[in-house]
Design a protein around this ligand. Structure first.
Ligand SMILES: [Zn+2]
Length: 481
């Protein structure tokens, strides 16, 4: 029996349970840091498979670590599971027209129910492989809540849980079967708090020191700063307290929220320091005081190229999910639920991946990704989104796989995505992801040279040690997100 066939048999053995868990988590649709039932579902299933579970790691009640050890417990492979939902995306399963289950309720519009259950299936398949072949090693399943909130993986990394892990394989539901080359950017968020002196704006303005002026001057300063930063960086802001609604009072207290993004974590940190200087200047100009507190930060994410090649080979060997005519038809119906302008946009974007001549015909006949797209190490384009997987990637060699769980051109964070995350399309993609991740993992475990090479690549990136961009004082914002 080939290794692929063996892994397939393990994923198949556990398929009903995997689908059951994915459907349960989909039903629970719990938001960031409140994923109590979703985490328990995975914890119980992992315990039933012989894993030992440490609950509530890194100060987050819904984060956990499940581990299975065979022999010496070396090497160590980690998989990441997410299970948080999104607000406002409640939707009936599999239905290609908008119909909420709970009006204004939550839904799995990013497919994290599939993500968690698929990674569970991969961890169990690797466990079965070690056990049945008497191969030494350790499998870790990291239960990672709140990816859509302020994240959890950076706290788990800061607490040292990834220190002894040799490599991490993870995945995300997608519209394509690929080992993506694209990277995501680093981000830091902070509240800037200005305090001045209240006074009658008409009668005694000279006695007032305006915190609102300070906040506005900070914004003006940052507008000028934008001219002198790298093109790929971003600075965003929002008022969270503009100092009240009375124009006849000099505003004595304002809070403004900033987010700074840049391709690399060190570029982001440098730019953030300049934003703090602008805020200091604004306080100086207005005779107010300024404090800031960092609220969130993620490192940038780049695939470990050494291991991405292994994952890519596993994906090509395992092949794409085999879709039925009914699934193609359903995916087509979902595509037609988008407004015309969105459809045109999608078609344009698809021309980057599909022969432009073929795009329209593909969307009419086979609108589910039916090929596998190998890793291209030369693709270095940055996506302007950010993820807490970035910090895992700075702590341990990490690779993310994409497998189609929705139609080509599917829009993320949409009700369509919620519907498809509890459909035969979603389930099929999830089981395929488990197969590919497990195959890549067992193909890596027996190769110390490969693991060492991946580690070398990591050392060049992090300088020898993971440093969390979050200061120690920043704790997981449980109950505040
Ligand atoms: Zn997601």
């Amino acid at each position: 029996m080939s290794t692929l066939d063996e892994i397939r048999s393990y994923v198949e053995r556990n398929a009903d349970e995997t689908v059951r868990i994915a459907k349960k988590i989909w039903e629970y649709a719990e938001l960031s840091y409140t994923e109590v039932r979703s985490a328990a579902e995975l914890e119980n299933a992992l315990e039933a498979e012989g894993f030992s579970v440490e609950k509530g790691i890194a100060g987050i009640p819904t984060a956990f670590l499940a581990s299975y050890t065979e022999g010496s417990g070396k090497p160590v492979v980690g998989v990441l599971g997410e299970y948080d939902a999104l607000d406002g995306l409640s939707q009936v399963a599999g239905r290609p027209e908008r119909e909420e289950i709970v009006p204004g309720g939550c839904g799995h519009g990013c497919g994290h129910n599939l993500l968690g259950a698929g990674s569970f299936a991969a961890a169990v398949a690797v466990k079965d492989y070690l056990k049945n072949n008497g191969i030494e090693g350790k499998v870790l399943f990291f239960g990672c809540p709140a990816e859509e909130g302020a994240g959890s993986k950076q706290f788990i990394a800061r607490a040292g849980y990834f220190d002894d892990v040799d490599f991490v394989y993870t995945w995300h539901p997608s519209s394509r079967n690929e080992v993506p080359g694209k990277s995501s950017v680093a981000i830091m968020g902070a509240n800037f708090i200005f305090n001045g002196i209240a006074s009658h704006a008409g009668g005694a303005p000279h006695l007032g020191r305006s915190a609102l002026d300070a906040a506005e001057l900070m914004n003006v300063g940052c507008n000028y700063l934008r001219e002198h930063m790298i093109d790929q960086a971003r600075i965003h802001y929002a008022y969270s307290n503009a100092g009240g609604t009375a124009p006849n009072v000099v505003q004595s207290h304002t809070v403004i929220k900033y987010e700074v993004r840049a391709p690399k974590v060190n570029q982001m940190q440098e730019l953030f320091t300049r934003v703090v200087d602008v805020a200091r200047g604004a306080a100086l100009m207005t005779g107010t005081t300024m404090d800031y507190e960092i609220t969130m930060a993620f490192s940038d994410y780049i695939q470990n190229k050494t291991l991405a090649a292994v994952m890519s080979d596993a994906l090509v060997e395992a092949g794409p999910p085999s879709w039925t005519q009914e699934e193609y038809r359903l995916a087509g119906e979902f595509f037609r639920t988008y407004p015309k302008s969105t459809q045109l946009n999608i078609l344009e974007q698809l021309a980057e991946y599909i022969d432009p001549e073929e795009v329209e015909r593909t969307m009419l006949t086979r609108p589910l990704d039916s090929v596998t797209r190998p890793f291209d190490p030369k693709e270095t384009r940055y996506e302007s989104g950010s993820t807490d997987v970035g910090d895992v990637g700075y702590a341990v060699p990490t690779v993310t796989l994409h497998v189609a769980t929705a139609g080509l051109g599917n829009v993320g964070h949409s009700w369509q995505n919620t519907a498809l995350s509890n459909s035969s399309i979603g389930m099929k993609g999830m089981l395929k992801a488990a197969e590919v991740m497990a195959l890549a993992a067992v193909n890596t475990l027996g190769k110390p040279d490969l693991i060492a090479k991946a580690r070398q690549e990591l050392l060049r990136k992090n300088g020898g040690q993971y440093v969390c961009p979050l200061p120690e004082y920043v704790q997981p914002p449980i109950g505040k997100y």
